[in-house]
Design a protein around this ligand. Structure first.
Ligand SMILES: *Cc1c(COP(=O)(O)O)cnc(C)c1O
Length: 578
């Protein structure tokens, strides 16, 4: 992977790359989590990995961009599972010193009346064509700070609402001050990846003398990711006044009114452009926020990160331009059937070696294998498959094997219960229907899983999946999606061609409510009538579907297309193209 770190002496040349292009509108991308690779544990799941994938494509395409996030010295957590299926959270050991460059720059921010010093670690992602994209990781773990302040940048999604408010103040306010201190004075677009970074508009307001709200709006764009009202950060003024100084608090009151600060409101009201991350998500967001002013740019994934070595070699041979122009994957129909199958079976065997090593269970590479891995949030319904175990056994015994993975948030007791239920069931029915649960889902395991299974299952409760991205990783490896029609899949799905749907077709009327019990019934029926027979009886059709998946989905659901759309619709910038 093209990763380099740099010394302080080179950072000034990076800056000049950024500033040298007056025709570009320079972009600063702010995200509470960024996932670049699994050895940088500064992400928890889809949001952070999407941020990383966008930055990688921006670097590949030469878009002038800089990114800011927090350091998280304790990472998210490493998941261990006891033999009884209980999740145990272990701290992640990692040494930023080894991967990043500690910068001398210091900025300050006042939190709870104390002056907190903030520094940053620099990390540069090198695009395919050698264009460097700097990422700054903010860190308060400095001798000069009080112990409780030093821990403010330790944990991702740890702590309470106060802790979160402090982190978001650090991201938005200290983050912008840090960029200014480094010399970034020529930024025309601040991109808020989710509302978490909304306090940027507060700091921009201060920079502009507290008057020019229109100018603030002109500099900010906002991407929302959460189609559930309860998922949006909200800080009541009772809390705000204990954490944030008086002048900033009164500015917030002038900006928003109301009885507290909704970070989504801050994003919606103080940006020139707002987008959701799929068409359906835009429909839901418009209803939820009561405004038509929400565009959509459907997510993607970074193609070369998520294509397994076997398929990458195949594409290199037949579609050489794919690496920096994944839209070329539209030519996948030309790939030889035999080569596709060999590349797929190689990825499957690599996954099965891992399954054997970690669980002692031996999987058969000639058996249809279905994968399900994502954060174990209850709305993702990892256990929908087990709604009617008898029916599942009738349909699948001896024909299907399942691989699960996913972390539950440490406070999410119901999600932990789902993990335990799957592990319990694997013991009960494993003899006839093999099921394994792999520990510690992270980017590395995701790469192996999204390439090595035959079918990728996704069964969220509609309309909670804003987009979803793991299915897009699969399509780069010819793995076929079998999913509830929500998020990106509504746009990528062609029945019997790119994959299969589960449950009713999406309609305006069921944006919020629908009969969820239908989904499990439909899942069993389709598994029985379509997925299993096609896999065993019509290999030619199966491989044609793999090709369709690559040609019609991977060519589109990639972050190169996403970044180009942001440039056209949101950034008002142009990319260099190579
Ligand atoms: C891709 C990815 C996700 C996001 O998957 P969704 O299908 O969008 O939920 C979460 N965690 C890891 C480790 C991933 O690689």
């Amino acid at each position: 992977m093209a990763l380099i770190t740099y010394g302080e002496n080179i950072s000034s040349s990076l800056l000049s790359t950024f500033e040298r292009n007056p025709i570009f509108r320079n972009v600063a991308y702010f995200s509470l989590e960024i996932g670049i690779s699994h050895d940088l544990p500064t992400y928890s799941g889809g949001l952070g990995i999407l941020a990383g994938d966008i930055l990688k494509s921006a670097a590949d395409l030469g878009v002038p961009m800089v990114a800011v996030t927090l350091l998280y010295r304790k990472g998210y957590f490493r998941q261990e599972l006891t033999p009884e299926g209980q999740q145990v959270e272990r701290p992640v050991e990692w040494e930023p010193e080894k991967l990043m460059n500690k910068l001398d720059n210091r900025v300050t921010i006042v939190l709870e009346g104390r002056t907190v010093q903030v520094r940053a670690w620099g990390y540069t992602y090198m695009g395919h064509s050698g264009y460097p994209l700097p990422i700054y990781f903010l860190d308060t773990d400095i001798d000069a700070n009080a112990p409780s302040d030093r821990s403010l940048t330790w944990e991702l999604y740890g702590g309470d609402n106060r802790y979160r408010l402090c982190q978001e103040m650090i991201l938005g306010i200290a983050g912008l001050r840090l960029l200014r201190d480094l010399g970034y004075n020529n930024i025309q677009t601040f991109h808020l990846n989710e509302g978490h970074a909304g306090f940027i508009s507060l700091e921009l307001t201060r920079e502009l003398g507290y008057e020019d709200f229109d100018k603030v709006r002109d500099d900010v764009i906002f991407t929302t990711h959460t189609p559930v009202a309860a998922g949006h950060d909200y800080f009541p003024y009772d809390l705000i006044t204990t954490v944030i100084d008086e002048s900033n608090t009164s500015t917030l009151r002038r900006m928003l009114g109301g009885s507290g600060v909704s970070m989504t409101d801050l994003g919606l009201k103080f940006s020139r452009y707002v987008n959701a991350v799929s068409k359906k998500h835009a429909d839901v967001s418009r209803k939820m926020f009561g405004t038509d002013n929400v565009d959509f740019i459907t997510n993607g994934v970074h193609s070369t990160t998520w294509t397994c070595p076997g398929f990458a070699r195949l594409y290199d041979r037949f579609i050489p331009a794919w690496r920096n122009d994944p839209s070329r994957l539209i030519q996948a129909f030309q790939l030889p059937e035999e080569d596709i199958w060999k590349a797929h079976q190689a990825a499957k065997m690599r996954l099965f070696a891992r399954v054997l090593e970690e669980t002692g269970v031996e999987f058969d590479a000639d058996i249809l294998t279905i994968g399900f891995a994502r954060r174990a949030a209850t709305y993702k319904r990892a256990d929908l498959l087990f709604t009617d175990v008898k029916r599942l056994l009738d349909v699948g015994s001896g024909q299907v094997q399942f691989i699960f993975a996913g972390k539950a948030h440490p406070h999410d007791i119901p999600a932990k219960g789902i993990i335990k239920r799957i592990i319990d069931l694997s013991k009960e029915i494993g003899e006839v229907l093999p099921i394994v649960f792999l520990e510690n889902y992270n980017m590395e395991l995701a790469q192996v899983l999204t390439a090595g299974v035959d079918v990728w299952l996704n069964t969220p409760i509609r309309p909670r999946e804003a987009s979803g991205t793991s299915g897009m990783k699969c399509v780069h490896n010819g793995v076929i999606n079998f999913s509830v029609l929500d998020g990106w899949w509504i746009e990528g799905w062609i029945e019997d061609t790119t994959g299969w749907s589960i449950g009713p077709i999406s309609q305006e009327a069921e944006l919020i409510e629908y009969d969820e019990t239908q989904d499990a019934i439909d899942l069993y029926n389709k598994l029985e009538d379509k997925v299993i027979p096609t896999y065993y009886n019509d290999r030619k059709k199966w491989i044609w579907m793999m090709k369709s998946t690559i040609a019609l989905n991977a060519s589109y659901f990639n972050t190169h297309r996403v970044v180009k759309e942001y440039c056209e619709k949101a950034y008002g910038t142009i990319f260099r193209g190579h």
